[in-house]
Design a protein around this ligand. Structure first.
Ligand code: FAD
Length: 261
């Protein structure tokens, strides 16, 4: 049974690591044991009505700390970025994360391939959710990472340090391939790849289209706008296999073949 906590945690630091991008680290004690890649916390922010959702970027059981990576985009994230010391009220861990054990692909597909290769596709701040995944996936693979510009690329060195190959695309061509990362994915994707994707909706749409066309399976993490984070308000409904599901409670991670964007 998944455990969830609504507690006040001490801030270790909340620092700007790049213009408008912040890393928040909190002392989470034994709560770390209950955190899985793809899950998130709702963070209370001063002077905004609703808590804001943020993916767990890492949860270190030995260090007993949880980290987040976020971009300042509005009032909530601006107010959060102004807090440097003290405590923060967090609700979580919430949602269903990536299933690291689940075999994907049809039985026939699996017979055709010896093994699966892990492929992570990330866009923008989606990199936070998949970094925790990259740390926990025993079999390292390839990260396809897309951003508007070089200045929006974060954590590339961290992925390489833990053994991931990193392929990059920027829309303005300031780093790597000029264009969309999905163009690179489309050219290189193989039948035995298993995709894990987190990023903005247009990117997700394209990845799902590519994956479904080639019958490649995997998991997509959706970042719908949400208010409660627990399924009560039903504000983050998404169509999964023809049925309404709550991104916060039933997701945010779903099987690629079931998502209808
Ligand atoms: C499950 C989940 C995990 C998330 N993880 C992260 C993370 O790790 N790092 C991170 O930086 N952000 C993450 N987000 C997005 C983050 O929650 C929003 O950026 C934040 O709530 C914006 O609050 P705000 O008050 O600053 O902006 P607002 O004033 O509420 O909005 C400012 C702008 O951001 C857009 N926006 C707001 N919420 C979202 C959203 N959920 N998805 C896309 N656009 C949005 C609005 O449309 C608007 O254009 C996550 C969202 C979800 C649902």
């Amino acid at each position: 049974m998944a455990k969830r906590f609504d507690k006040s945690y001490k801030i270790v630091y909340n620092k700007e690591i790049r213009a408008n991008y912040f890393e928040l680290k909190i002392e989470a004690g034994d709560v770390c044991k209950y955190c899985f890649p793809g899950q998130f916390f709702m963070i209370s922010v001063p002077n905004v009505f609703l808590r804001r959702p943020f993916s767990i970027c890492s949860a270190d059981v030995k260090e007993k700390c949880v980290s987040f990576l976020y971009k300042v985009v509005g009032k909530g994230t601006k107010n959060l970025s102004d807090i440097k010391l003290g405590t923060l009220q967090l609700l979580g861990p919430l949602g269903k994360g990536y299933d690291l054990k689940l075999q994907v692909g049809s039985r026939e597909d699996r017979k055709k391939t010896d093994d699966f290769s892990n492929v992570i596709v990330a866009g923008g701040t989606g990199i936070a959710s998949v970094y925790f995944l990259a740390l926990r996936l025993k079999k390292r693979g390839v990260l396809y990472y897309g951003a508007k510009s070089k200045s929006d690329l974060l954590y590339m060195d961290k992925f390489m340090e833990i053994g991931w190959k990193v392929l990059v695309a920027t829309e303005d061509g300031s780093k790597g391939y000029k264009g969309y990362i999905t163009d690179m994915l489309s050219r290189r994707l193989k039948l035995n790849d298993r995709i894990f994707v987190c990023g903005p909706i247009p990117m997700l749409e394209k990845v799902l289209q590519i994956a479904k066309k080639r019958s490649v399976s995997g998991f997509a993490s959706l970042e719908a706008k949400m208010a409660c984070g627990t399924g009560s308000c039903q504000g983050c409904a998404v169509k999964i296999d023809g049925q309404n599901k709550m991104t916060c409670k039933d997701g945010p991670v779903f099987r690629i073949e079931q998502v209808e964007l």
